[in-house]
Design a protein around this ligand. Structure first.
Ligand SMILES: O=C(O)C(=O)C[C@]1(C(=O)O)C=C[C@@H](O)C=C1
Length: 363
């Protein structure tokens, strides 16, 4: 018998988008993929060493940061001191409305309801402006005279849907569809989109629906009531691969030819968190200026309430810069910037350096 496969913890259950991202980087032939019930459980598994790697969602192209993940990186209670980012995965996210077909004989003409039988489909197909002309359609108001339209309509009757389940990130990605077709329907947050599909599959009333993936529909025996319900084409989510600081660091050799002339500063990314004195004018500007003075390209900044701090209304800042911290602490622009940051901020933490996956395919 060979060595046991390294464990990879991910936000489950199976068929979550995090699972799909995990499979794309950790083939099941080589890794033992273990679903967790929350993002925090993934952090805990990597911190305790029960998993060699963890995969968590970090941000979505249209709906922004996953605040649960940022709060765990903020580590307010000092539970995850060893967690580092060792990689990133970009995954296209195409949401579906999953549920059961409407079995109410008064509400449908034949079983299953055909796409062309639906009144809003007929309207949509005859209407060159692609405008769903239903009550509940994103209604013009004084502040929003031209509300945008969803890019798709339901493929089946959904008048029986009384309750929706999904991960909080998904609501914001499907705002136009939901405000048009399911405007007043009750919503319940759950830990992942695949959990939502599981709950809908178990609902004997048949009147609930989940925003989840097509794979989750197949896995849970659900009907795809509408497909591609995200607001924007190209909707995608970035996931982080986690490791423990106690585990050997990856070689950080680019796995693909990043540049014809060798790897430049944009070949790697680094995540850093820091806190500042909220009473010193310029403390934040001075901290950010450190990156500029070392010619480091700062690509994103996030803040979360510093609930572990001394007072309310104080923040922890997260920045991403292009470049990597060199092992051993000496040399390198990121190492120098971190040393200098110590003089402008209250405290900082290096949260990892990894290969920039956005460059793939741009060689
Ligand atoms: O719920 C899932 O399936 C997840 O993997 C989580 C998550 C997220 O938190 O962003 C991942 C991708 C989508 O953006 C929606 C939800």
């Amino acid at each position: 018998m060979g060595d046991p496969k390294p464990v990879v913890a991910f936000l489950g259950p199976k068929a979550s988008y995090t699972h799909q991202a995990t499979v794309s980087s950790f083939p099941e032939s080589k890794y033992d993929l273990q679903p967790q019930s929350s993002i925090e459980d993934v952090f805990a598994a990597v911190q305790s060493g029960t998993a060699a790697h963890g995969v968590v969602p970090f941000e979505n192209s249209s709906n922004g940061s996953v605040v649960f993940t940022l709060d765990l990186f903020a580590d307010h209670n000092g539970k995850y001191p060893e967690i580092l980012v060792e990689g990133e995965i970009y995954l296209p996210v195409r949401h579906c409305l999953l549920g059961h077909l409407n079995t109410d004989t008064n509400a449908r003409s034949s079983s299953p309801t055909k796409r062309t039988d639906l009144p809003w489909r007929r309207l949509k197909e005859n209407d060159n402006s692609n405008s769903p002309n239903l009550s509940g359609t994103a209604t013009p108001t004084q502040s929003t005279p031209s509300p945008s339209k969803p890019k798709t309509a339901p493929d089946h009757d959904i008048s029986h849907i009384k309750k929706l389940y999904s991960h909080p990130q998904a609501w914001g990605q499907c705002h136009l569809f939901l405000s048009t077709y399911l405007k007043s329907t009750e919503r319940q947050d759950v830990s992942s989109t695949s959990k939502a599909a599981e709950l809908v599959a178990q609902d004997p009333s048949g009147t609930s629906a989940a925003i989840s993936s097509k794979i989750a529909a197949e896995m849970n025996g659900l009907e795809v009531l509408a497909e591609g319900i995200e607001d924007r084409e190209g909707n995608s989510t970035r996931f982080f691969i986690l490791r423990s600081a106690k585990s050997p660091s990856p070689s950080l050799q680019p796995s693909h030819d990043l540049h014809a002339g060798g790897a430049g500063d944009d070949a790697y990314k680094t995540l850093i968190s820091f806190t500042i004195s909220h009473t010193s004018p310029g403390a934040l500007a001075d901290s950010l200026a450190v990156f500029k003075s070392h010619n480091l390209n700062l690509t994103s900044i996030n803040t979360r309430p510093n609930i572990g701090g001394q007072a309310a209304w104080q923040y922890i800042f997260f920045v991403e810069v292009m470049g990597r911290k060199e092992e051993g602490g000496e040399g390198g622009k990121v190492n120098e910037a971190l040393r200098e940051l110590g003089g402008t901020c209250r405290g900082w933490r290096w949260l990892g350096s990894w290969e920039n996956r956005l460059l793939e395919g741009k060689d």
